[in-house]
Every structure is written in structure tokens, then in C-alpha cells.
Design a binder for this molecule. Structure first.
Ligand SMILES: [Mg+2]
Length: 435
């Protein structure tokens, strides 16, 4: 198991800027699992961070190494849930969570690397491996501790058995037509109105039926930007807005109502990701504007409560925030049980590459629908991936390469490893002026 601190200097173009994160340097705490199976197959995984602290995240990966190395690879790939349980169950590391924050993100990165390895060894893209799997085995991969009051193993089994009906036709449809996407690229807070308008018009021309704008720093600016965006896209395209946790509950309600004239489809992360009852209060006050959250929800327990409290209309799971594929299976099953659409969070570094597999599995073999479901798409940093996402006509095309699409090019790793990669070493000499 090798680990890397990889950082991209995205803050220099204000790519990714929002009301809470004005200058992100999109980063990955990255790991590679190698085996002695002799087939050259590797497992790649990562946690996404935005710069400072990526070294802390890498240290958390390193703390898990002893649980991973030395395991028989065939056994590990046949039951990634066993590793997931061991990582979550390390009684000393558990104190640093439990099941939240830096350690949990590290667990997710390691578990996802194992799923990448398993899918490559099975010679299937991950979405296909999951969609082909027996419902009983999928249920065995889920940790029902703390969620069994909302979803029992038997209910999960029933959902998966029902989800399999017609899956071949849906898999064929997915391969033929792809999965709907929406784009956040026009809406970063640091972009000028002219750039916003141009990118919004381009998005509609490219076939997107939903775009998203960052809001929450200044109400007058938001009114002006939402007006510009709505004028650019017309009435028939959905306009989502995202406050990135900026507000108190009452502010969120007032601010969202002040933008209602522009017909926002959802308000995303209106307040603290931990505030379940706050989201419920906002939702009841701002309807028919939908409430969406989840990219910072720490684990399946928070998602369970958001659903139980009727606090969200849209569930935005993230592939690299929680404890990996196993926990995201639990979250997809909870969403299916409560009938709430999943519109995954993506962007960052490689999050689009990962999360497409989970949404596609959900369509083919669980919820069985793409209605009111879209995967976030941001057109940044894909060139660093060996199998980048392919989005055309406003839709993600189904990946065909084996694995989890998580591997970066070795040259990108060598260039952007911090602080000794070639980019950062040169940057240090030039005093931070390297573009
Ligand atoms: Mg967001």
C-alpha cells in the first residue's frame, strides 16, 4: 500500500470557489494497493480534500496500513465488507470518529481501492459488478448497525430482489443512452457575470437540462447572478442553487425565499450538514423549492435521520466522504426505502469518476429509475485520470473499463505530489507564481 499527497493549484483560477471555500486547491489523499498475484492489477482509491490538511488525510491512510497489507487478495476481493468492518472496528482509531471525519474518509479511500481491485480482477466496471451481484451478497456487504430501526436486512434484500427485475433491459438502456448529468461549471462564486452567462448558455447548448449556481455570500449579488443565469438558460432548464452550509436556519429560509422569483429547483446545503432538524424546518418553510444535502453528511446514521425526519427532497451521497462502497450501499438502500431520489455530489478530484458507478448501479439494479435523478458534473481535472468520465449530450456515458475509474496517470501523480512533485518544486522556487 503506497500513499501520496496530491494537490492541484485550482485556487489560482477560482475554479471551485463557493461561499465557504473561496480558494480551494483540489487535492487527493491517494493510495495504491499492489499484490503479489502476478497479474499486475492494482487497486486505486482516494479521499478528496481542498489543500491544507491533505497531509493529515494521508497520515490517516497510513494509520490503516496494518489492516490492509498481508491479506489474501482473493478473500479480500470476495468480501470487501470484512475489511470495512475491521477498519471501522479498530477500537483505538475509532476514538477519532467514530465513523466520521478524517479517519472515516481514510477508511472510505481504502475500501474504495479494494473495490477497484475487485472490479478489475473480475474484469468489470464497478457498476456492472454491483448490478450482477446476488442480492444476498450485497446485503452481506452492508453494516446495519445503527440503521436497522429504519431498514432491516430483510427489507434490503426485498428491495434488491425487486430491483433486479428488468435489470438487463436497463443495463442495455444505460449503455445506449447514458445517465443524466447536471453541470456546476457555470456557477462558481468567483466567476464574473459575463463568464457565468457564457458558460450557462454553453451548458444548455451542450444538452444539460439543469445547471447549478453557488450562492450565499451576498444577497444582492445572488439576485443579480440568478437573474443572469435564468435569462441565459430560459424557463425550461432547472436552476439549482448551493449555499455550501453558509446560513443559519432562519437566514436560509429568508434567503431562499428572496431567490424564489428565479424558480430555483433545489437549495443545496443551506445550513450545517449535521443539523437534521434544521434542514427539516427549512424544507417545510421553502417548499416548493426542494432541499438537497449529503456531500458532507458523515455516515449512514446522518442519512437515516435526514430521511426519518423528512428533512430532504434530494439525497446527495458522495463516493469519497463516507466509508466507501459498502456504506454507500447502505445509503442507496435507505434512499430506496424512503423513496427519495439520489443525485450524487461530484466534482473535486475524481469524484465524478467514482460516483457515476454508484448511480448507475442504483438505476440498473436498485431504484430502477433515473426520474428526477442527475449526477453532478464539473469539467475539471479529468485529464489526470486513466479512464476519465465521458459526458456528452448532458449525460454520463457508462464506463466500460474494468474497475472504479479511480486510477490517476503516473505522470500526474509525479507532477502534483506535494511538496516534491515537479510542479510544486518549481512553484516553490518561483514564489508561488506558477500557473
Ligand atoms: Mg455542493
Amino acid at each position: 500500500m503506497e500513499t501520496y499527497d496530491i494537490r492541484f493549484p485550482t485556487s489560482r483560477e477560482l475554479d471551485g470557489s463557493d461561499a465557504m471555500n473561496p480558494d480551494p486547491d483540489y487535492s487527493a489523499a491517494y493510495l495504491v494497493l499492489r499484490t503479489d498475484a502476478g497479474d499486475g492489477v492494482e487497486g486505486h482509491g482516494f479521499a478528496f480534500t481542498i489543500g491544507r490538511g491533505n497531509d493529515v488525510q494521508v497520515a490517516a491512510l497510513d494509520a490503516l496500513r496494518s489492516h490492509v497489507t498481508g491479506r489474501p487478495v482473493a478473500e479480500l476481493c470476495a468480501d470487501p465488507g470484512s475489511l470495512s468492518r475491521d477498519l471501522n472496528g479498530d477500537s483505538q482509531l475509532r476514538w477519532l470518529g467514530p465513523e466520521k471525519g478524517v479517519m472515516h474518509m481514510a477508511t472510505g479511500a481504502v475500501v474504495n481501492a479494494v473495490w477497484d481491485l475487485a472490479a478489475k480482477r473480475a474484469r468489470k466496471p464497478l457498476w456492472r459488478l454491483l448490478a450482477d451481484a446476488e442480492p444476498e451478497w450485497l446485503v452481506s456487504q452492508v453494516d446495519f448497525r445503527y440503521i436497522a430501526d429504519a431498514l432491516t436486512p430483510q427489507e434490503a434484500l426485498d428491495l434488491l430482489r425487486r430491483g433486479r427485475e428488468g435489470r438487463e433491459a436497463r443495463a442495455a438502456d444505460l449503455v445506449r443512452r447514458g445517465y443524466p448529468a447536471y453541470t456546476t461549471s457555470p456557477g462558481w462564486l468567483g466567476y464574473s457575470d459575463a463568464r457565468l452567462t457564457r458558460l450557462a448558455e454553453e451548458a444548455v447548448a451542450q444538452g444539460f437540462t439543469q445547471i447549478k449556481l453557488k450562492v450565499g455570500a451576498d444577497l444582492e449579488d445572488d439576485v443579480r447572478r440568478c437573474r443572469a443565469a435564468r435569462a441565459a438558460i430560459g424557463p425550461g432548464v432547472r436552476l439549482a442553487v448551493d449555499a455550501n452550509q453558509r446560513w443559519n436556519v432562519d437566514e436560509a429560509i429568508a434567503w431562499t425565499k428572496a431567490l424564489a422569483a428565479f424558480d430555483p429547483y433545489w437549495i443545496e446545503e443551506p445550513t450545517s450538514p449535521d443539523d437534521i432538524l434544521g434542514h427539516a424546518a427549512i424544507r417545510s418553510a421553502v417548499a416548493p423549492v426542494k432541499v438537497a444535502t449529503g456531500e458532507h453528511a458523515q455516515n449512514r446514521v446522518v442519512f437515516k435521520q435526514l430521511l426519518q425526519a423528512g428533512a430532504i427532497d434530494v439525497l446527495q451521497l458522495d463516493a469519497a466522504r463516507v466509508g466507501g462502497v459498502n456504506e454507500n450501499l447502505a445509503i442507496l438502500l435507505l434512499a430506496a426505502k424512503f423513496g427519495v431520489p439520489v443525485c450524487p455530489h461530484a466534482g473535486g478530484v475524481g469524484l465524478c469518476e467514482l460516483v457515476q458507478h454508484l448511480a448507475m448501479f442504483d438505476y440498473v439494479a436498485l431504484s430502477g429509475t433515473t426520474e428526477d435523478r442527475v449526477i453532478e458534473y464539473v469539467d475539471h481535472l479529468h485529464e489526470h485520470f486513466v479512464h476519465p468520465v465521458h459526458v456528452t449530450g448532458g449525460r454520463y456515458r457508462a464506463p466500460s473499463a474494468p474497475g472504479f475509474s479511480s486510477a490517476m496517470h503516473p505522470a500526474s501523480i509525479a507532477t502534483y505530489t506535494y511538496p516534491d512533485g515537479t510542479f510544486w518544486a518549481a512553484d516553490l522556487i518561483s514564489g508561488g507564481e506558477t500557473a
